[in-house]
Design a binder for this molecule. Structure first.
Ligand SMILES: C[S@@+](CC[C@H](N)C(=O)[O-])C[C@H]1O[C@@H](n2cnc3c(N)ncnc32)[C@H](O)[C@@H]1O
Length: 237
């Protein structure tokens, strides 16, 4: 119940802020503007990390308040206090509900990365997100989308692991957070169709931690169950 209230409050806050635009700044290391959508706390230095979770709100508090934020957030299940404070204070977070829009100007971003987030949207919302990604990317810019692989889930089922598969993808035992709910699944063809429907070209399957997007050794996770795909905004758009 508590988790539900927190998710609802933070999503409402995200919706209230709809329409505002975030100032983009280049990563001083490679001179590119890179955004990580539905980041959770899986972040890398130099990226602009966007999420609708409480952590993305708390990250913008003064550092002195972060020990209190640690207790509020429930992150002690996964992180020590020092790790949590380091992640929140050492990275840039933007709080935003990604189901409707992206808070960046047209043609302002070099790389859009997203891992284990797009399946948290209904398919029509995901296509809107991909269209928005196309809008904010500079011509020739890159998107990398990583999602749970429907083909892998079916393989688990065929191996007789129906219960494990359902638990892994639909969190049957944990109803605490609706931001954690999955609403759709993709195999390569379905994800390519969604990216092409949004206007992307050169849609290609990639391997774990391989591809043109930067920082994959820090960002890519869950190698076995994940479908990794990259695509490009056509140069002339
Ligand atoms: C499974 S986590 C993925 C975290 C990380 N990217 C990773 O690879 O581990 C899904 C994330 O999507 C976020 N999320 C779910 N719905 C969202 C929405 N409508 N807008 C923004 N973020 C959302 C959740 O808060 C959560 O952090």
């Amino acid at each position: 119940m508590m988790r539900w209230l927190i998710d609802t409050a933070t999503l409402m806050l995200g919706r209230l802020r709809r329409g505002r635009r975030v100032r983009t700044t280049c990563d001083p290391v490679d001179g590119r503007v890179k955004v990580n959508l539905g980041c959770g706390l899986a972040v890398a230095p130099g990226w602009i990390n966007v999420d609708a979770s409480l952590n993305a709100v708390l990250a913008n508090l003064p550092r002195a308040l972060l020990p209190i934020a640690y207790r509020l957030s429930g992150s002690n299940r996964y992180y020590t206090r020092e790790q949590y404070i380091g992640l929140l204070s050492g990275n840039r977070f933007v709080h935003h509900d990604l189901a409707h829009s992206l808070p960046f100007d047209d043609d302002s971003v070099d790389v859009v990365y997203s891992s284990h987030f797009v399946e948290h949207l209904f398919r029509d919302e995901a296509v809107v997100l991909m269209r928005e990604s196309l809008r904010i990317l500079k011509p020739g810019g890159l998107v990398r989308v990583c999602v749970p692989d429907l083909a892998y889930a079916v393989e688990c089922y065929r191996r007789g692991q129906a219960r494990e598969m359902l638990e892994q993808y639909f969190f049957v035992e944990d109803r605490s957070s609706f931001l954690a709910r999955h609403k759709y699944m993709y195999d390569f063809d379905l994800l390519r169709d969604a990216l092409e429907a949004a206007g992307f070209t050169a849609v290609e399957r990639r391997a774990w931690r391989e591809g043109r997007a930067p920082d994959l050794s820090l960002l890519d996770n869950r190698p076995d169950e994940t479908l990794f795909v990259e695509a490009q905004k056509p140069a002339g758009r």
